[in-house]
Design a protein. Structure first.
Length: 230
């Protein structure tokens, strides 16, 4: 089963203002979601995926998990209305330490993060999970924080992120993890974890090393279709 990984979405006219390998044009996102809708796909939740991986239940033949990393306001502006229109569920892996107390004005020249009010509104179709609290950071010398920060600091961060949004799943920042990180994530009470390793999820896969398909900007609909295949 494919797990799609998005980050930032911008209107086509605004895309030159903030180009990056994680910025997808709204027209591309619209075409991809429309493809899923017209081809009879079911957008599921992380708990259903977990039951599938554990071989506890079957899913509809055309199932997909739609995920967004970071918790950016563009998810609220562009993705949420379309997903709701199509009757799709989705999951946002939130950097909870960047959650805003009140909504920020949307500015396509930079990045803004979701507010508590926006998160509350989106929960009708969006599941919010963890992307850490303040540890979505990387040191020039030692790399991503989860890989080298002291045990106590990592655990405190994981537990804080879990508590703030009631998370049961986590996506590793920068896709970085090792055996120590997996152990800490389990100890913090998470039931599953997502990587940035490319691939499709199968029953019996390690639940703390789940693969995803990164949605790059300007891929064709044919390429998108291929990413959905086993």
């Amino acid at each position: 089963m494919p797990v799609l990984l998005y980050h930032h979405i911008l209107d086509d006219s605004d895309e030159p203002l903030f180009r990056s390998t994680t910025t997808v044009l709204f027209s591309q996102f619209f075409n991809e979601m429309t493809y899923l809708k017209e081809n009879g796909y079911t957008a599921i939740t992380p708990d259903l995926l977990l039951a599938y991986v554990r071989k506890e239940r079957l899913l509809p033949p055309k199932s997909v998990l739609i995920t967004f990393d970071d918790g950016l306001k563009s998810t609220y502006i562009y993705a949420y209305p379309l997903l709701k229109q199509y009757g799709f569920r989705a999951t946002v892996f939130m950097i909870t330490g960047r959650m805003r107390p009140s909504p920020q004005p949307f500015d396509p020249t930079g990045l803004q993060f979701l507010s508590k009010q926006e998160i509350a509104q989106m929960r009708d179709i969006i599941t919010f999970e963890s992307h850490t609290n303040h540890f979505h950071l990387s040191d020039k010398k030692y790399g991503p924080y989860l890989l080298f920060k002291p045990y106590e600091e990592v655990m405190a961060d994981l537990l804080a992120s879990k508590e703030k949004i009631g998370a049961t799943a986590i996506a590793y920042p920068f896709g970085a993890y090792n055996e120590r990180v997996v152990d800490m994530v389990q100890q913090a009470g998470f039931t599953m974890a997502f990587t940035t390793k490319k691939g499709t999820v199968y029953p019996g896969d390690p639940v703390f090393e789940l693969k995803r398909q990164w949605m790059y900007p300007r891929i064709s609909l044919r390429q998108f279709e291929q990413l959905l295949q086993p």
